[in-house]
Design a protein around this ligand. Structure first.
Ligand code: 5RP
Length: 293
């Protein structure tokens, strides 16, 4: 127990220094509690306000995907170059060391596999929040199917994760799903991202599209962009640059990193655009200089 006799008298009240009262650095998230903001600050870097999330959760619906045959070999070396690993609990527990640097964004929903015609049917809770906490997740990712047959079930699932996330301080990433028949237009993404945010998602993942600045403007919480199918490296960097210029707070990218001819150089080049204001041209030069010759 601390000795309470003979202590130095307290006098450093710093009356001349006003208490910092400005809001949180991420839009729309100031009215959340300390733990939730602390976890968000592991995902979005306070210096840039942005995040590089590496998505390798494809296996939960697709099985082994090109580039993800051995997560320990291909994904683990990318850890120093990204802020967040987004994967399933099965992949993260079995393939990585708990000493790794990236924060964890845990794929939390269960969805139908690609063998089923309609992936939106069967969406539900795949990981209890208790297990997400046990894994020290900095966020949980919840797939939501707007305009699909499974819409009602997936919104119910989203709401239950948001309730649990608010209870325990775990941010929820609302993932806008695009099924076979679903459009990839500003009209659809405006609708879907807003619906997810209004249901309480703390940040939202969607695809880049024309008029993307309208999508980011109308979404009251940060948006991160998905990568989608593999593009040439210069095209993927150009898409990332445009998304950041038009209000995205980072990327949640998979194939365009781990299927790159040099995933490490590509992860670093993406981070240059997301965190260091590189143009796509500068980042592509960096990629070409850095990739293994
Ligand atoms: C699907 C996802 C996946 O994580 C994402 O699509 C994978 O990234 P990429 O498309 O860049 O390979 O959220 O809903």
């Amino acid at each position: 127990m601390a000795d309470n006799v003979g202590n130095k008298p307290s006098k450093e009240y710093h009356l001349d220094i006003p208490v910092q009262t400005e809001g949180f650095f991420l839009k729309g998230l100031n009215n959340n509690d300390f733990g939730l903001k602390n976890r968000l600050s592991r995902i979005f870097q306070p210096k840039s306000g942005n995040a590089v999330v590496l998505a390798f959760d494809h296996g939960y619906i697709m099985g082994s995907t090109a580039g993800l045959e051995r997560l320990d070999v291909t994904i683990a070396p990318l850890a120093p170059h990204v802020d967040v690993f987004m994967g399933t609990r099965g992949a993260i527990r079995s393939c990585f060391s708990p000493t790794m640097h990236p924060a964890v964004c845990l794929r939390a929903t269960r969805d139908s596999s690609v063998l089923y015609d309609d992936m939106s049917v069967g969406n539900g809770c795949g990981v209890e929040m208790e297990d997400a906490i046990r894994m020290n997740a900095s966020a949980v990712a919840v797939q939501t199917f707007i305009g699909a047959q499974g819409e009602a079930d997936s919104l119910k699932t989203l709401c239950s994760y948001v309730d649990a996330g608010n209870r325990y301080g775990i941010p929820v990433l609302g993932v806008v799903a695009v099924g076979k028949e679903m459009e990839r237009t500003a009209k659809f993404f405006l609708l879907a991202t807003r619906i997810l945010a209004e249901h309480g998602a703390h940040f939202v993942k969607t695809y880049y599209c024309d008029d993307f600045e309208k999508v980011t403007a109308a979404c009251p919480v940060p948006i991160i962009v998905a990568g989608g199918k593999k593009l040439a490296e210069d095209e993927a960097l150009a898409m990332t640059y445009r998304a950041i210029q038009e209000g995205a707070h980072g990327v949640d990218m998979g194939r365009n990193i781990f299927q790159s001819e040099d995933p490490t150089a590509m992860a670093q080049a993406i981070a240059k655009v997301v965190h260091e204001k590189y143009t796509n041209k500068q980042a592509y030069e960096f990629f070409m200089d850095t990739k293994k010759k």
